[in-house]
Design a protein around this ligand. Structure first.
Ligand SMILES: Cc1ncc(COP(=O)(O)O)c(C=O)c1O
Length: 380
């Protein structure tokens, strides 16, 4: 009998992979499902991005293996994007690595920095991939709890009281997914100091920086952050390019080289046309961000009404592509979303898939048209 690797016992199939099968089955059986579960942008990327991809196809270079580090032009475009959007200056030749989405970066960083048994600080609630990847590489998740009462920021004083000697890496993600909470520059400064004090690699996963956020921030705005930090970013949400799989990791050259050591053994470069399209996206002017956010703002207004109709409460000052809503007391997230799916044919994500601290919450995605959202509101 062929047995699976032991590491598979540490993880389960991704929640959405499983649940969307059920949702799609209902759809195939004629149920008029409105999917407010997953954050997959339904809007189109900028037209010039698509044109650059199409033109790139006819280039002689297009079909060869590509550089492991990405086209120099792409690295330049990423660095210019960071300079213009965050006032952060990185070297295009040594301090940036294009990725196939930020999700793969979570695996590459973990492979490059973690040994078996190392401790990893992971937000609860947070993006489930931090936990599964930590387990896949044989490291140990150590959850730090986030709470609305502390604006979903880690309690650093409480963390200082724990034994952190085994901790090698800490994941943060601000604007935070799923709650949409933001961290101030002062809080980033405290986090960097904490990471330095304990020699912990601090990684900010930052894919929502430009969605409904009037003050986008990079960890690298904090002086000295390069010593102990990495940052992931992505074109998935900012430019509606989730299916293209383009992300990036930034950090000092020693860290980037370590990640490249892993990555260059896993893939053989990003498709040329995709890189050409990504370069165009990164060059978008402020107009792009304004028009994108106008759409999300209109959608969010309706989602707020849906949340109110369901007797939920929410924070109007949050950022990102979701509305994180608190259910009435004693209502369980998964039971609630199952009833909503069954009775109203509306799918929303239960807070529990992001960790035990998500119990009592649900997450609405803004990746649905205003027509669909109005229809959902009418059904409720
Ligand atoms: C917090 C967080 N990080 C990373 C990702 C992955 O994004 P990408 O498409 O860049 O791989 C997501 C996607 O939903 C996310 O929510």
């Amino acid at each position: 009998m062929i047995e699976f690797a032991n590491r598979l016992e540490s993880v389960e199939e991704y929640y959405f992979s499983r649940k969307l099968r059920e949702v799609n089955f209902l759809k195939a059986n004629g149920k008029p499902i409105i999917n407010l579960g997953i954050g997959s942008p339904d809007l189109q990327p900028p037209q010039k991005v698509i044109s650059a991809l199409v033109e790139g196809l006819n280039d002689e270079q297009a079909h060869k293996y590509q550089s492991y580090q990405g086209l120099p032009e792409l690295r330049e475009a990423i660095v210019a994007f960071y300079r213009d959007m965050f006032d952060v200056y990185m070297s295009p030749s040594t301090e940036v690595l294009p990725l196939m989405g930020s999700k793969e970066g979570i695996m590459h960083i973990s492979m490059a920095f973690l040994n078996e048994g190392d401790g990893v600080l992971i937000p609860n609630p947070g993006y489930p991939t931090y936990t599964s990847v930590t387990k896949l590489v044989g490291a140990k998740p150590i959850f730090y709890e986030l709470d609305a009462s502390n604006n979903w920021l880690p309690d650093l004083d409480a963390l200082e009281e724990q034994d952190l000697s085994n901790v090698k890496l800490m994941w943060i993600s601000y604007p935070h997914m799923p709650t949409g909470a933001k961290a101030s520059e002062a809080f980033f400064t405290r986090l960097v100091a904490f990471a330095k004090r304990h020699q912990i690699l601090l990684v900010n996963d930052n894919p929502y920086s430009f969605i409904l956020n009037d003050s986008p921030k990079s960890l690298f705005s904090i002086s000295g952050a390069k010593e102990v930090c990495l940052e992931l970013n992505s074109l998935s949400k900012t430019f509606n390019m989730a299916g293209w799989r383009v992300g990036m990791v930034l950090g000092k050259s020693e860290f980037i080289n370590a990640i490249l050591k892993v990555k260059s053994n896993m893939d053989s470069g990003m498709f040329y046309g995709i890189q050409k399209g990504a370069i165009e996206a990164l060059k978008c002017t402020k107009l792009w961000y304004v028009s994108l956010n106008n759409v999300y703002e209109q959608r969010r207004e309706i989602v707020w009404k849906i949340a109110e109709a369901l007797n939920c409460t929410y924070d109007k000052y949050s950022s990102g592509m979701f509305v994180w809503a608190k259910l009435p007391a004693y209502v369980k997230s998964e039971e609630f979303i199952d009833v909503l799916l069954k009775d109203k044919n509306i799918f929303v994500a239960p807070g529990t898939i992001f960790g035990s601290k998500g119990e009592g919450y649900i997450r609405f995605s803004l990746c649905a048209t205003t027509d669909d959202l109005e229809e959902a509101l009418a059904r409720i």
